[in-house]
Design a protein around this ligand. Sequence first.
Ligand code: ADP
Ligand code: MG
Length: 257
Amino acid sequence: MGKIMAIANQKGGVGKTTSAVNLSAGLAHLNHKVLVVDIDPQGNATSGLGVNKADMDQCVYNVLVEDLPAEEVCVPTEVVNLDIIPATIQLSGAEIELVSTISREIRLQKALESLKNEYDYIIIDCPPSLGLLTINALTASDTVLIPVQCEYYALEGLSQLLNTIRLVQKHLNKTLMIEGVLLTMLDARTNLGIQVIQEVKKYFQDKVYQSVIPRNIRLGEAPSHGEPIITYDPKSKGAEVYLELAKEVINNGERVG
Ligand code: ADP
Ligand code: MG
């Protein structure tokens, strides 16, 4: 049975999509079968994995709003072992359209049930909000991975996210756990980054991954080539650390499970 993991933080630009794409590619590289589910209307994970949104006439929108079976929108990527359920701009209406639908919070959970046996990991890239799309992701997931950018106010807004996680645990998904907290975009030349790491570790303790993602130009470039870092520049620091993270995720899962 596969593990479903949401990558969530309502702040934009903290490295959710970069982490969803590159952690998934790392897990796939380590011979695990992985599905990325893009539920951000911006569709950055979709294009970042080389899927052309203009070619898609169906996407995760049709699954969430129109009950289309999820397997019908799964597409393979160029990366071996890695498939994606894409998002297109069509999804931008879903947040509002879902409000009036039956069982609006559990639609993604239901949709992914039949795919859970097909993959080792299903990784959901969330939009930068705590609306119904993110609630659907948290309800469908076994765990949530929280990227935190090594910047001023890193912890700001996290209490809102943790509160939403608690509400989902209480009402929709009792077994949801925090997978881990990932520090992203560390600029090793500044003291600020080190301070933020200490602050986040004080708060989340052993939930914080050893792997800390550095600010790395190649990581920023890869999406415009439609490739994860591991194929775009396998020798880069970014590729090395995301692969380390994938190993940590696998080992943590073995320790807990
Ligand atoms: P989110 O999904 O949380 O909005 P993204 O993953 O899209 O954040 O990252 C925001 C921007 O920063 C993107 O342009 C991305 O390419 C870039 N980026 C993310 N992580 C890194 C990194 N470690 N080094 C350099 N650029 C990064
Ligand atoms: Mg994103």
